[in-house]
Design a protein around this ligand. Structure first.
Ligand code: GLV
Length: 330
């Protein structure tokens, strides 16, 4: 019997490629080209499965042109690049990579919060530019982190990891807002108190965004929400571009309506709103919250495991939908 054909849409670890090649007829993208939707369609049209990242959009028109496609395994926990309803309707399984990145991503959320509050990159730029001629009492004086109030919007696994770090490691008072409240035992473990979004924005010293991107979460933080925040507050976004209105944020930072922001994700990334590049009180990183070698390898292997289990008839390990089986195209 011939092996299923799969497309690996972006460059991955060679060992993961080798594993996949034992099970599948693989088309890879070793040059790591970013394909246009038309190019992606051309590569995917004759494939049974695919391994994607957040840069490939799987939508209704693509699915209609890929009659053999039965599974798309995203190497990310977020899957806003998938039209899940269209996939389910077309009988295409989707999978993501939860759990393996939780602690690493929570570490990074905290790193970005620390760097933002304590002005790490701003002061480094100053030093590198040769401008450090003397110490002074208020040089790069930033915001306190320990013992302050941490507000987390989006209290899934990563949000809970950030809450634990804040409460247990830094003695912070943690408040959170989420679509649904956590079970009391989990709230106690995270030492986190549920509040309204308004109360969180009004009272938190540091606001961290860790919610999924959906139509409902688009611009969760815009000009009105920024105006509610304390002028001394920091804002950290490790969730998705589009959750923050980047133009409104650039303006708020320029006018010092909030103290600072740390951003790992951007609207329209890898483009970054020019206003954000102009202000000093923002720490900018290129979507690297899960980027340790161990975690990225675990994510790639989990995406591969999903493909192997699915085509081995065992069902995917981390499904995001439950489609009826797609008739096998010849
Ligand atoms: C990264 O952003 C992910 O969703 O895993």
């Amino acid at each position: 019997m011939s092996k299923p054909r799969i497309l690996i849409a972006r460059a991955v670890f060679p060992e993961v490629l080798q594993r996949l090649a034992q099970h599948f007829e693989v088309q890879a993208n070793p040059q790591d080209e970013i394909w246009t939707p038309q190019q992606l369609l051309a590569h995917l049209a004759d494939k049974d499965g695919a391994l994607t990242t957040g840069s490939e959009r799987i939508d209704r028109s693509l699915l209609a042109a890929c009659p053999r496609l039965r599974i798309v395994a995203n190497m990310a926990v977020g899957y806003n690049n998938f039209d899940v309803d269209a996939m389910t309707g077309a009988g295409v399984q989707g999978t993501n990579t939860p759990d393996v990145l939780t602690e690493t991503t929570a570490d990074f959320g905290f790193a970005l919060l620390m760097a933002t509050a304590r002005r790490v990159t701003e002061s480094e730029h100053f030093l590198r530019a040769g401008r450090w001629s003397k110490w002074s009492y208020d040089m790069f004086a930033g915001a306190e982190v320990h013992g302050t109030r941490l507000g987390i919007i989006g209290m899934g696994r990563i949000g809970q990891g950030i809450a634990r770090r804040g409460a247990h490691g830094f003695g912070m008072e943690v408040v959170y807002h989420n679509r649904s409240r956590l079970a009391p035992a989990l709230e106690a473990e995270c030492k986190a108190r549920y509040v309204s979004k308004e109360e969180l924005l009004r009272t938190a010293d540091h606001v961290v965004l860790v919610l999924p991107y959906t139509a409902a979460s688009h611009h969760t933080i815009g000009a009105a929400e920024l105006a509610q925040m304390k002028p001394t507050a920091t804002l950290v976004n490790i969730a998705r571009g589009g959750i923050v209105d980047d133009a409104a944020l650039a303006q708020a930072l320029r006018e010092r309506r909030i103290a600072a922001a740390g951003l790992d994700v951007f609207e329209g990334e890898p483009q970054v709103h020019p206003g954000l590049l102009e202000v000093p009180n923002v720490v900018l990183t290129p979507h690297i919250a899960s980027a340790t070698v161990g975690t990225r390898l675990a994510m790639a292997n989990l995406a591969a495991d999903n493909l192997i289990a699915f085509f081995g008839g065992r069902g995917p390990l981390t499904p995001i939908n439950a489609p009826a089986a797609r008739p096998v195209a010849s």
